[in-house]
Design a protein around this ligand. Structure first.
Ligand SMILES: *Cc1c(COP(=O)(O)O)cnc(C)c1O
Length: 383
């Protein structure tokens, strides 16, 4: 690290520019134009507390925040919305699941094994039990195991569904799960974790299931720095206003707990999201990312990387390359798989270069696959 501040920052700038260019693994859109917002770095923007109460600290962006919430409410057909701009998708999950456990204090949280770790953490924080449901090989919740889990307990339930799992981008079927839950006659709070997929599903699915007017969805969370892209982590959570009011009364009765999970909240991230929803065409972007993901998949298949691309997703999963390659392209890996989440910054030339470099690694992958199959055959009692 250089001694003087200016050189240290200069060096960091250079490093970050390179790392941004060679980034493939995380679901972050790294392509956006928000330089014009730098003038707001002069202000201590803090949307302290409830977004609908202006409060006495007025250096903030709550008016813009309410527009952001209204935008998402409209996208997901939520007529009477409440919501706020969160610190990240994780906070949105905490909020949605917390809402559920406030409504139904002893209810377990039911979620698939492929859920993001923030769901388990939310359960720990709200001291709730988690009941994990099996998922299939593509990462989607197993509906018959969901039935088993639901019938294994009595009383109300808090359900989390994944609208795009972290590892394989699998989308749990909101329509199918709601249909089943309603037939059971059980009371439930349904939270949708749409960190990335919350902004793909409405554009890629002709009959979107993220529809509060059609399905009994209780809350929904998305990340702001994933599909939209922002200089800092952020997100949005929405819920039905009448549900939130129910909780608020309870809270007021107990004492002085606020409606949002955080007290001080970032007012700057609101502007990043607000500007994006005003200026961009998310539908076009989602379709382009999907087309590019298909193209990546088609390029990887003949090279022997056994790619998987789920419906309504841009996450291309394939066999894990060697460690040096994964580090260079910042691939996130689980067991013997790696993935590229195709985002707006992954242009066709970017993908072509990635595949070309990966192609050079083919031999190693082939060896690894043959070796793995041999071990599996031996384990299965084969030759
Ligand atoms: C990324 C992700 C989260 C967490 O979002 P953050 O914004 O990183 O906190 C939650 N759920 C899923 C499915 C995710 O992919």
């Amino acid at each position: 690290m250089p001694n003087d501040v200016a050189s240290a920052l200069e060096a960091l700038d250079g490093e970050l520019a390179t790392r941004t260019e060679f980034h493939g693994g995380f679901p972050y859109n790294l392509l956006y134009e928000h330089q014009n917002l730098s003038r707001f770095l002069r202000y201590s923007l803090n949307n302290l507390g409830d977004p609908y109460v202006d409060g006495s600290y007025t250096i903030g962006t709550k008016k813009f925040e309410r527009e952001v919430v209204a935008y998402f409410a409209n996208l997901y057909k939520l007529r009477d919305p409440w919501g706020y701009v969160t610190a990240c998708g994780t906070e949105g999950n905490y909020y949605g699941l917390w809402l559920g456990t406030r409504l139904f204090p002893d209810a377990p949280i039911v979620t698939s094994r492929d859920s993001h770790y923030s769901v388990g953490k939310a359960a720990t924080i709200s001291k709730s039990r988690v009941l994990y449901v099996e998922s299939d090989s593509r990462g989607e919740i197993d509906y018959s195991d969901l039935r088993r889990v639901v019938y294994s307990v009595q009383g109300p339930l808090v359900i989390n569904l994944n609208i795009g799992t972290t590892v394989t981008g699998a989308v749990d079927r909101v329509d199918r799960v709601c249909d089943f839950l309603e037939k059971t006659g059980r009371r439930f709070h349904l939270h949708c974790d749409g960190a990335l997929g919350g902004l793909l599903e409405p554009y890629l699915n002709e009959r979107s299931c993220l529809d509060f007017s059609q399905y009994p969805i209780g809350s929904l969370s998305v990340s702001g720095h994933k599909f939209i892209g922002a200089a800092m982590p952020c997100g949005v959570v929405i819920a039905r206003r009448n549900t939130v009011l129910q909780i608020e009364q309870t809270v007021e009765y107990i004492g002085s707990v606020d409606t949002t999970i955080m007290g001080s909240r970032c007012g700057l991230s609101v502007l990043f999201i607000w500007q994006a929803i005003r200026q961009r065409n998310f539908a076009d972007e989602a379709r382009t990312c999907r087309e590019n993901a298909k193209s990546l998949c088609n390029m990887l298949a003949p090279l022997g990387w056994e790619p998987l691309l789920n419906e309504l997703s841009t996450t291309v999963v394939f066999g894990k390359p060697d460690d040096a390659f994964c580090r260079r392209w910042q691939l996130s890996t689980t067991n013997d798989r790696a993935h590229v989440v195709v985002m707006q910054n992954h242009t066709r030339p970017w993908l072509a270069r990635f595949v070309e470099e990966l192609g050079a690694r083919r031999e190693r992958r082939a060896d690894a696959t043959i070796e793995r199959r041999r071990i599996e055959r031996i384990a299965a009692g084969g030759c």
